[in-house]
Design a protein. Sequence first.
Length: 170
Amino acid sequence: MNGADVFWLFQVLPHPDESLGHFLGRFRRANDLSRLGLAELLSVSGVMVRNWETPSRQRPPSSSELESLSNGIGVNRETLVQMLPPDSSQLHLGTRLCPVCYREVPIHRRAWQYASVERCERHQQSLRWQCPACGTSLRLPALWESGICEHCWLRFSEMTDERSANGRAQ
């Protein structure tokens, strides 16, 4: 089956500056799809979907794959291009977030993927790559379902600089 032939029960729209990986994870969860399920609907391999959700693999969708993705999920190609991670020379390999931005809108932002960005421009918070309470690295944004550390359950929105200054490890 071709993705363009599918009627989605839940049409998921990307937020401005949302990363492609996070958006694909939200889309898959809303429509109860695994990576392989989405790949099958798009007529691509499961490895391709995993690569698209993992910026550090440095294998963004090709032009034809973007077209297939656009047709399959109902998001225009130009929007998808804007969601792509920076090129590999500018990419921070670990997942990072601004806890205050995440509190406002619980998405992973594309801007957090740039290696040159260490702090959120809006909130002047350090970008977190690990939980300040237990030191666990953040999972891939595509897997962020509950917005919490998978080890100690600290909410992403509570991982602020103030929390670190109050005796928690960074």
